[in-house]
Design a protein around this ligand. Structure first.
Ligand SMILES: C[S@@+](CC[C@H](N)C(=O)[O-])C[C@H]1O[C@@H](n2cnc3c(N)ncnc32)[C@H](O)[C@@H]1O
Length: 264
């Protein structure tokens, strides 16, 4: 099972939980507003290439209001999905949404910490984590924990914000992130600290090649990086291999690939 956590790590996780408890009631609205609905496209890209057989057990870490879990359920009629999150408020919105869509028999919600999940070793076939990794703080621990619960040859799919490599797109994006979004969010969030926290995590999240290397260090191979929408976000896909790389088709390091998605 997962490692024992330090008091500092527990405190950090509780602080993140409070942020999401505070913004939960506005989360879906702000997501649509700030992304201009592009995150729906990213979600489609995230789930469309993931095949599921009858027995496939899928874990959506940091499920939030369960949009990704719902998209997986709709895309793969055979998948059984567990959505895990640390914020009770996000989970209660997820629960209501899942009930409205009559997907309770397909999606199970689980309150828990993604850094120490209440799941057995090698118990799931596919892991998703959409815009959760940067909030988990300790990226290495989060990836190691996802590797722990994944079966060998299981797949991981991570969606996360990035700073675009192109200097023009990056400047426009950072202006939007640091100048426009704070003003708009002040109208909707009472807690300014919540928004500051969110924009800080986006600015400080490592570059795609660093994330890809971290994934290799944590037991994944064949890491594939797909920048989306000019590199504002990236999709990372990889296969879980044992520490010695023995069961990976190309060993633990595997072969990386880089595909740009130009569909939006
Ligand atoms: C930006 S939201 C993403 C929600 C959803 N996956 C999406 O794509 O819309 C991040 C989520 O990660 C959750 N989270 C942050 N740290 C976590 C942790 N250590 N364990 C579990 N969930 C965590 C938050 O509660 C929040 O719901």
């Amino acid at each position: 099972m997962a490692d024992v956590r330090t008091q500092k790590e527990e405190d950090d996780t509780q602080a993140v939980r409070q942020v999401f408890d505070q913004i939960a009631f506005r989360y879906d609205f702000l997501n649509d507003l700030f992304s201009g609905f592009i995150h729906h496209h990213w979600m489609r890209v995230l789930v469309r290439e993931e095949p599921c057989s009858v027995e496939t057990k899928v874990l959506d870490v940091c499920t939030g209001t369960a949009d990704v879990a719902i998209a997986i359920a709709r895309h793969n009629s055979k998948a059984r999905i567990v959505g895990l999150d640390i914020s009770e408020k996000m989970l209660s919105l997820a629960k209501a949404k899942i009930a409205r869509l009559k997907l309770e028999d397909r999606i199970e919600l689980c309150w828990g910490d993604g850094l120490a999940m209440p799941l057995a070793d090698q118990s799931v076939d596919v892991v998703f984590n959409s815009f959760g990794l940067r909030n988990q703080g300790d990226y290495k621990k989060a990836l190691t924990e996802m590797a722990r619960v994944l079966k060998f040859q299981g797949r991981i799919n991570i969606l996360e914000f990035t700073r675009p490599a192109n200097i023009v797109i990056r400047s426009v994006y950072l202006f939007y992130l640091t100048r426009i979004m704070p003003v708009v969010s002040r109208f909707f969030l009472k807690e300014r600290a919540s928004f500051d926290y969110l924009s800080r995590t986006i600015k400080h999240f490592p570059a795609p090649d660093v994330v890809a290397q971290l994934m290799r260090d944590c037991g994944f191979a064949q890491v594939c990086v797909k920048p989306l929408t000019g590199g504002i976000a990236c999709l990372y896909r990889a296969t879980r291999v044992p520490a010695d790389g023995g069961q990976g088709p190309r060993g633990a390091q595997g072969k990386s690939c880089y595909h740009e998605d130009r569909s939006r």
